[in-house]
Design a binder for this molecule. Structure first.
Ligand code: NAP
Length: 284
């Protein structure tokens, strides 16, 4: 059996096209959606992510700007800038690129962003709303995965779902979304006793581990939907997911590739959240 590939790149392109009309409708009413991305330090990977986010906005007619600080900047300076942006009516979304340098209190910085501009969905208020099943902003990566399930015609109700990874950015919000969708959810971590026992039972398997080709074909239930969130850089410079794609392709029912899977969906859902923020502000 060869799995069907869920093409994240194609879905991302389709969604981004559909966003243009919403952006123009908002702009016509004087509410062009605006996103500010704050970058502290010069981590090359973060710089690429930030550039892609800003360009993704500009390509569909949104306003976007990047604010960069030296890694040595003090936290108060960044907090003051966030306060200024919170009060700026032309800015609907504020995002602080993670990770921050070690002298920052990451939680304090994320909590400083106004909850109604927290398009990353990391503010405690938004995390709480998601946990209660009434999400306001859904963290972009798991939100993208949910859109991929939708595109793949995957009905999550009653399915055994296993998430490998429990980070605040991916694993935990992914698990909450699956719970809200009616799946039976198991969340695994590095201490899980018998990982394969869990993954072999999964109708839906989401890998968010950060280890190249970690999920192998023998860990996958035949016909399962396998979602690869991982983005790992191999020594030869190529990108690789957390799933051994070639092996799992022969066992899974549906699978996402890397690159071209979850990655392009993440920025797409950031655009979606920012447009939604602007629509709420405009009373639409
Ligand atoms: P993270 O914060 O490092 O979390 C990794 C999780 O995997 C942790 O919960 C860890 O468990 C668990 N884990 C590690 N080794 C394990 C093992 N042997 N068995 C079971 N669980 C294990 O990473 P993250 O931020 O969630 O990101 C995960 C991956 O997704 C990375 O490759 C990252 O680059 C990628 N990512 C992609 C996107 C995208 O747009 N596609 C967005 C964000 C992240 P413990 O909690 O016990 O340590």
């Amino acid at each position: 059996m060869t799995a069907q590939i869920i093409d994240g790149k194609a879905l991302a392109d389709e969604l981004r096209q559909s966003f243009k009309a919403r952006v123009e409708a908002l702009a016509a009413k004087g509410h062009r959606p605006g996103l500010v991305v704050i970058l502290v330090g010069a981590d090359p990977a973060s710089e690429v992510y930030v550039r892609n986010k800003v360009n993704g906005c500009l390509a569909i007619g949104m306003h976007s700007e990047k604010i960069t600080y030296e890694a040595s900047v003090d936290q108060a300076t960044v907090l003051n800038k966030i306060a200024e942006l919170n009060a700026d009516p032309n800015i609907h979304g504020i995002l602080v690129q993670l990770p921050l340098p070690k002298h920052f209190d990451e939680e304090k910085v994320l909590e400083a962003i106004a909850a109604d501009k927290d398009v990353d969905g990391f503010h405690a208020e938004n995390v709480g709303a998601l946990a209660q099943g009434n999400p306001r902003f859904i963290p972009c990566t798991p939100y993208g995965v949910m859109k991929m399930f939708e595109k793949g015609g995957v009905d999550l109700t009653g399915q055994e779902a296993v998430v490998i990874g429990r980070s605040n950015i991916v694993g935990k919000p992914m698990a909450l979304l699956l719970i809200n969708a009616g799946a039976t959810v198991t969340v695994c971590n590095s201490r899980t006793k018998d990982l394969k026992f869990h993954t072999r039972r999964a109708d839906i398997l989401v890998a968010a581990v950060g280890k190249p080709k970690f999920v192998t074909a023998d860990m996958v239930k035949p016909g399962a939907v396998v979602i690869d969130v991982g983005i790992n850089r191999l020594p030869d410079g190529k990108l690789c997911g957390d799933v051994d794609f070639a092996g799992c392709l022969e066992v899974a029912g549906q699978i996402t590739p890397v690159p071209g899977g979850v990655g392009p969906m993440t920025i797409t859902m950031l655009l979606a959240n920012t447009i939604e923020a602007a629509e709420r502000k405009a009373g639409l």
